[in-house]
Write a protein that binds this ligand. Structure first.
Ligand code: DLL
Length: 432
């Protein structure tokens, strides 16, 4: 069952001791090699020797995406350029790209983490895995690719861009696993369904992540494709995919605590949250060479549990993501996350998981419109049927969000499909 018991089933004391030893070494190295952190620590009156273990983590400064941007492109790197073997970058919607670098050892650890995820999710050397995350500066494609190779699986490096070809190869090569965003997998499922080919595939596992998705969406994907779908999390600043992932119990994502120390903080007070309380996920890397980061604020909202999982792993688990603090819409004073809308829509049997949130301001009043696809038959039948479904959805959304919502039903395929991260919100208030 467990590919790497020694690393995944340590006692909590063993984990803390390992983290403390790695943290001490890393703080010392970073202090002497990254001017940005040395200055910050000096301003705060901290010396490397003050960090004796995990209990002193809170003394270290936070790091934000803006710190990476301000030091664009390589200002936070802790090793000379000759030791960097790879660069990735994530293009933000605003400002400069965030650039990250890896030494040879960083790539080894990254591919080991991804191999651990795949093994946890039932993928092994006997499997053929289609990697359909984008290849290139995005960490999804190459991250999964190297991990699957490390595990000894056969990699089919599809990238994104040609769903028809992906399906042909899936069938011809007998792919048994796929890695892509959940929204893209849903699109692949629809395409297979339309072609009447859903029974002609051998996929048994899907490793999905890179965007928020709900437990209902995961179940919907499993039912449509008759496979097991798993959640993989990561971010380029910390490494890429493989920072955490869920096991067959789907009861939170196991964090690879031998490489990353997670914290959950209250976004306003910046104080630690209690176990189980939702807050912002913060990571400190303890083995990264090229780009070590102290207390990186991910903006991702989740909670943490240190209880042993039913699978036997003792690694801390973070709950399925509620969204990002910067995804949160404030509409007439009410906080709304796209994931709440998705969860509510998936409870209604007549709707599909294809939806779009459009926020506008009319006469100084914020309006939330939810466009959702429903089956074609609703448009050919009596208008009353359409009206009654619209009312039903509006009612469900109002109870879920605590906010009145304008619901627009649209025909299948109206909402644009994405091969990468899905875009689910248009906030017109920001456009003016
Ligand atoms: O999305 C890395 C990745 C690739 C993860 C493939 C999983 C699979 P970035 O482009 O830097 O890296 O975006 C990171 O995506 O802070 C989250 O907001 C979001 N995200 C990633 N995985 C999940 C997930 C990659 N499983 C940002 N659930 C993160 C929810 C996720 N959100």
């Amino acid at each position: 069952m467990i590919w790497n018991e020694a690393k995944e089933c340590m006692s909590r004391d063993e984990i803390t001791n390992l983290q403390s030893a790695r943290l001490r070494k890393m703080v010392d190295r970073v202090y002497h090699s990254v001017e940005f952190y040395r200055k910050k620590m000096q301003q705060m009156g901290i010396e490397p020797g003050d960090i004796k273990g995990v209990e002193d983590l809170h003394k270290l400064p936070f790091t934000t995406k803006n710190d990476l941007r301000d030091n664009y492109p390589f200002g936070l790197f802790a090793v000379p350029q000759s030791e960097i073997v790879r660069i990735h970058a994530s293009s933000g919607t605003t400002g400069k790209a965030t650039v990250v670098g890896y030494t040879r050892r960083d790539i080894e650890i990254w591919s080991e983490c991804v191999a651990r995820v795949l093994a946890m999710d039932g993928v092994g050397p006997q499997d053929k895995i289609q990697v359909a995350y984008g290849y290139g500066l995005f960490t999804g494609g190459l991250g999964l690719h190297y991990g699957a190779e490390n595990l000894g699986a056969t990699v089919i490096p599809m990238s994104t861009g040609n769903t028809q070809k992906l399906i042909t190869m899936m069938q011809d090569f007998g792919a048994t696993a796929i890695a892509c965003t959940p929204s893209y997998l849903l699109h692949i499922a629809e395409t297979l369904e339309e072609a009447g080919q859903i029974g002609n595939i051998k996929l048994k596992a899907a490793i999905c992540g890179a965007e928020p998705w709900t437990e209902n969406m995961r179940k919907e994907i499993e039912a449509k494709l008759n496979l097991k779908a798993y959640d993989i999390y990561g971010l380029s600043e910390i490494m890429g995919p493989g920072v955490a992932a869920d096991c067959e119990y789907h009861n939170g994502l196991h964090v690879y605590e031998d490489h990353f120390i997670p914290e959950i903080i209250n976004t306003e007070t910046l104080e630690p949250c209690k176990e189980g309380e939702i807050g912002e996920l913060v990571f400190t890397t303890i083995t990264k060479e090229a780009l070590p980061l102290f207390r990186y604020r991910t903006r991702d909202l989740t909670s943490i549990s240190y209880d042993k999982c039913e699978c036997g792993r003792t690694l801390a688990r973070i709950s399925r993501f509620k969204g990002r603090s910067d995804d949160m819409l404030i509409i007439r004073g009410v906080n709304v996350f796209p994931s709440q809308v998705e969860a509510a829509l998936l409870e209604i049997s007549e709707t599909s998981p294809h939806y779009m949130l459009i926020v506008d301001r009319v006469n100084n009043l914020d309006i939330l419109e939810v466009q959702v696809e429903v089956e074609e038959s609703f448009f050919s039948d009596e208008i009353r049927q359409l009206e009654s479904l619209t009312k039903k959805i509006a009612h469900v959304l109002q109870s879920a969000l605590g906010l009145s919502v304008k619901v627009t039903l649209v025909e299948p395929k109206t909402i644009q499909r994405s091969e990468g991260k899905a875009k689910r919100v248009i906030d017109k208030r920001k456009l003016v």
